[in-house]
Design a protein around this ligand. Structure first.
Ligand SMILES: NC(=O)c1ccc[n+]([C@@H]2O[C@H](COP(=O)([O-])OP(=O)(O)OC[C@H]3O[C@@H](n4cnc5c(N)ncnc54)[C@H](OP(=O)(O)O)[C@@H]3O)[C@@H](O)[C@H]2O)c1
Length: 272
């Protein structure tokens, strides 16, 4: 159940700070576009990823969708570079005045599959694992901690943290060991945070199988032949979901605001 004071505050239509990772393409871009239709004037979007070209494309699409009322900033950075992570995270909040916003939204969306041709028995290189978990776990934790500090609890301001998760975070799939493990770790992290920060609305959203570059990676490289065939069949039969469809559902969940903070909500929980 939503915290009583938070539940009286508007989710959308108010000046909002929206920080979205992995916003250069795919689901991150889709989330930016859907939120752009919902936030109030005088909102600020901070979009981050490694590809400057991708971020600029997203910025252009947001501008085309919304027209005015939103300032869009792009910050290019590698969230997997642990030596630069503190600086990268700090840059995301550079010059941001938290008092200007009635809703602060963080979407932890950036992520990678890792090498899905590898089984657990192949995972002998610690530096590869460090890099993988740096991007997929550590960066989300450090960014979320900074977000909570930069936007402390104040009366009249709502805070929302979304973790883009997956069925793989709650169910094992062969050759997806690091992906499953990182998503399971993140799910737990955000469940813990929901207990520690009752004022923050925390959502673990599993978007379903979406037609993005990540799915193309699975179709080409997944080590399990049966599952690789399943993903290829889904693509061929048009069974993958669109970015737009799943992002609309995410925004609907946020707008209805009835989810238990910290819970895992799947696209298919809503669209059965
Ligand atoms: N597609 C699916 O079926 C599916 C299903 C369930 C969950 N998800 C989750 O949805 C999220 C987005 O996936 P997607 O399908 O949209 O994948 P995608 O098209 O591959 O996009 C991944 C995003 O993450 C960014 N990213 C990757 N490595 C990064 C790094 N080192 N530093 C900063 N940003 C980085 C990418 O930007 P740059 O390359 O520009 O850095 C890109 O914007 C992921 O967390 C994924 O696990 C996807």
């Amino acid at each position: 159940m939503a915290d009583a004071s938070v539940s009286t505050m508007a989710v959308f239509g108010v000046p909002s700070f929206c920080l979205i990772t992995g916003a250069s393409k795919g689901i991150g871009r889709g989330i930016a576009l859907q939120l752009a239709e919902k936030v109030g004037d005088n909102s600020l979007f901070v979009l981050t990823a490694r590809s400057e070209a991708g971020l600029q494309e997203t910025r252009g699409l947001v501008a085309a969708r919304r027209g005015s009322g939103i300032e869009v900033r792009t910050v290019t950075g590698d969230m997997g570079n642990m030596d630069a992570l503190s600086t990268t995270v700090s840059d995301l909040f550079d010059g941001v005045d938290p008092t200007k916003f009635k809703h602060a939204i963080l979407v932890n969306n950036a992520g990678s599959l890792g090498d899905t041709s590898q089984a657990v028995r192949d995972l002998t290189d610690p530096s590869v694992l460090q890099d993988y978990f740096g991007l997929n776990v550590t960066s989300a934790i450090c960014l979320t901690a900074q977000f909570i500090q930069r936007f402390p609890e104040v009366a009249g301001r709502r805070r929302t943290v979304v973790n883009i998760t997956t069925l793989c975070g709650i169910q094992p799939f062969p050759y997806n060991s690091v992906y499953c493990t990182s998503k399971a770790a993140r799910n737990m992290l955000f469940q813990v945070m929901a207990l520690e920060e009752p004022d923050v609305r925390v959502l673990n959203y599993a978007p379903g199988p979406i037609d993005t570059d990540m799915q193309a990676d699975l179709r080409a490289n997944l080590g399990d032949p049966e599952m690789r065939k399943m993903y290829n069949d889904m693509k061929a039969q048009g069974k993958l979901l669109s970015v737009e469809a799943t992002c609309k559902v995410l925004v609907k969940i946020l707008e209805e605001d009835t989810y238990k903070s910290g819970s895992h909500v799947d696209y298919y929980d809503v669209c059965k």
